[in-house]
Design a protein around this ligand. Structure first.
Ligand code: COA
Ligand code: AMP
Length: 638
């Protein structure tokens, strides 16, 4: 530990007691075209607005500034793609030239500040260029994860109404070529809103690229365009809309500001991740998730790090050694991944034989998030890898970590099972059902006292009502996270899981309510329940219980097959719905509410008290028998 490092407790208390002066000082760490004179104000809903009259450009902070400071030849991006066997490095100069030309091309296509653009791309540098080009000219981007099916893409197109879509000819899933362009065309067909143009980056991997009148070739656009400078945007200008799963079938468009986000990311790189400028930082996630936005692109680039864009998986590309190769080959100092990735590696290489083949001395810290890190995974990691693994907690909504060990301060010892302590700016409390604050070691709802710090979501796109209802009204004056948890006597926070219909499958956030809507749309289904059950590899997987319509004649296996494919076609393979069981009835309360938690408990083998409101107690045994017969949940055999 560096003796000059600030004390966690002091720093934290300062951020909570004096938020304005604390975040004014942090805003000084980035460059503004116009420095904010107002640090913290409120919108009409009494919700915090940060740096309201400041002006800046996040693409300038990520690229141009470093070039002006003389670091143009430093590597900005390492593209490491085991699936195409390519490793390519781009300097800050190269990235800036490409981005400025692409932005110029976008202007020539009629895009302007205030417009929106959807980016639907695999893990290639052009996805980063597209995001940065949007930011350069004030176009709000909405990146859609490439694993989502056309139906999901169409929902997002209709909600954020892009003038332009940027895509690529194809992605690669391990060894499978996935043609993206036909998926985009299908989504445009399905959507009511029609974007004017689709820019297609041709990877020349052999995928079919059906031509449409709205197509523009990415290379031709960049080649034929002039570099365009960054424009100044207001601090509250929406940098992006990122859709995430909620408790209904409709995804929520999280709106992120520019000034608060840039400040928070710079802060987090320094104080949470403890990263020095020019070090290599690798977040093994996807640009379609918030981790990708914050810690593949904007965070490391604002901090003048070298970021790694990795197109592969922890296993099978080609094997469980990939992560260790990337770390040692590129001298990664700080890494970020999901516990599920470590579990996948552990399963393939339980004794860590691959690990022994690489020099991992460059790695200082391994951060884990996306789901709770189980103790067995943490212990396995620490037993085999010389760098400490740090669990930390955050959400798409926050944009940056809320609970963590802060590696840029005099950090405290990790407590297995806990995500750490509250990060500066986050006044985290545990509440009971009626909004009463709970004491140490009592489990309840995880809430955060307003004002939330810079970088936190500003709103839901086109849906301020849902924003207020979902996050702010349940406990007035507090943000409701949707997670349950408790604090111990020493303020370590333990997150115990979602308290709503959101589940985490292999670090991917999905909605069981949305899956239920889709399963129910099958013509033979009378009603259904979808719940998340424990899974050794993916953390959680969905289980669907289906009741067939009276008089419907359909083979069970056929219905199961059709339901699986329906969800795959509508959401995408990432939904990972494989377990579908047919039951005669669902467990319900006397007022007809489905007892989903009871189903989860039965499948997970958790002991439970029979809910006093249950209408049909005998159903518990029926469900057990069906699950045992189908080898699901605790009855699963590896
Ligand atoms: N495009 C198309 N399909 C995709 C996709 C993409 N971008 N991403 C995933 N899929 C598909 C997969 O091919 C798979 O299809 P299949 O059912 O036909 O095999 C399905 O979606 C499920 O994928 P995945 O959840 O990745 O499961 P997996 O069994 O292939 O791999 C892990 C398991 C644990 C290795 C993998 O999930 C993983 O690396 N997880 C880490 C995720 C992560 O880092 N999340 C970020 C959180 S910070
Ligand atoms: P996402 O918005 O996709 O980042 O998912 C956020 C959700 O993932 C949170 O609300 C939690 O339920 C879960 N999550 C993320 N990180 C952690 C963690 N470190 N421990 C427990 N749950 C986590």
């Amino acid at each position: 530990m560096n003796s000059k490092m600030r004390n966690y407790e002091e720093f934290y208390n300062e951020s909570i007691d004096f938020p304005e002066s604390f975040w004014a000082a942090q805003a000084d760490q980035i460059e503004w075209y116009k420095k904010p004179s107002v640090i913290l104000s409120k919108d009409e809903n009494d919700y915090p607005l940060w740096y309201n009259d400041g002006e800046l450009n996040i693409c300038y902070l990520a690229l141009d500034k470093h070039i002006q400071d003389g670091f143009g030849e430093q590597t900005a991006i390492i593209y490491d793609s085991p699936v195409t066997q390519v490793v390519q490095k781009y300097s800050y100069n190269e990235v800036k030239t490409e981005v400025a030309k692409l932005a110029g091309g976008m202007l020539s296509l009629g895009l302007n500040i205030g417009d929106t653009a959807v980016i639907y791309m695999p893990m290639i540098p052009q996805a980063a260029f597209a995001m940065l080009a949007c930011a350069r000219i004030g176009v709000t981007h909405s990146v859609v994860f490439g694993g989502f099916a056309p139906h999901e893409l169409a929902i997002r197109i209709d909600d954020c109404k892009p003038k332009l879509i940027l895509t690529a000819s194809s992605g690669i899933e391990i060894d499978r070529l996935i043609a993206y362009k036909p998926l985009v065309d299908e989504a445009i067909e399905l959507a009511s809103h029609k974007p004017q143009r689709v820019v297609v980056f041709n990877r020349k991997l052999g995928a079919r690229i059906p031509f449409k009148i709205y197509d523009v070739d990415y290379d031709a656009l960049v080649y034929g365009s002039e570099e365009t400078p960054c424009i100044a945007v207001n601090a509250t200008h929406p940098l992006y809309v990122l859709y995430t799963s909620g408790t209904t079938g409709k995804p929520k468009g999280i709106v992120r500001d520019t000034g608060g986000y840039a400040t928070a990311l710079k802060f987090s790189m320094q104080y949470i991740y403890g990263v020095q400028q020019d070090e290599v930082f690798w977040a093994a996630s996807d640009m379609g998730w918030v981790v990708g936005h914050s810690y593949i692109i904007y965070g490391p680039l604002i901090n003048r790090n070298t970021t790694v864009i990795f197109e592969g998986k922890p296993i099978k590309t080609p094997d469980a050694s990939t992560f260790w190769r990337v770390i040692s080959e590129h001298k990664v100092r700080t890494m970020f991944t999901a516990p599920t990735a470590i579990r996948a590696i552990k399963k393939e290489d339980p004794t860590g034989e691959f690990i022994k083949q690489y020099d991992l001395s460059c790695l200082r810290t391994q951060f884990l998030a996306g789901e709770r890190c189980d103790i067995a995974t943490l212990e396995w990691y620490n037993q085999h890898i010389p760098a400490p693994a740090i669990d930390h907690w955050w959400q798409t909504e926050s944009g940056w970590p809320m609970i963590s060990d802060m590696m840029g301060l005099d950090y405290f010892p990790v407590k297995p099972g806990s995500a750490g302590k509250a990060v500066s700016g986050y006044d985290i409390r545990i509440f009971g059902e009626n909004g009463e604050e709970l004491g140490a070691n009592q489990e309840g709802f995880v809430v955060i006292k307003l004002p939330l710090p810079p970088g936190f979501m500003m709103d839901l796109w086109n849906d301020n009502r849902r924003f207020k209802e979902g996050y702010l009204e349940r406990f007035p004056g507090y943000y409701f996270s949707g997670d349950g948890g408790f604090k111990d006597d020493h303020n370590y926070i333990f997150i115990t899981g979602r308290v709503d219909d959101v589940i985490n499958i292999a670090g991917h956030r999905l909605s069981t309510a949305e899956m239920e809507e889709i399963v129910s749309s099958h013509h033979s289904v009378a009603e259904c329940a979808v719940v998340g059950i424990n899974d050794n590899l993916k953390g959680q997987v969905p289980l669907a219980l289906v009741v067939i319509k009276h008089g419907e004649e359909i083979e069970h296996f056929q219905l199961q097959h059709e339901v699986v494919h329906l969800v795959r076609d509508q959401i995408g393979a990432v939904a990972s719905l494989k377990d579908v069981v047919i039951v005669d009835r669902l467990p319900k309360t006397r007022s007809g509410k489905i007892l989903r938690k009871l189903i989860r408990n039965i499948a997970d083998g958790v002991s439970f008290q029979m809910p006093s409101t249950i209408d049909n107690e005998d159903i518990v045994d029926e469900i057990k028998i069906v699950l045992e017969y189908s080898k699901i949940g605790i009855f699963r055999q590896e």
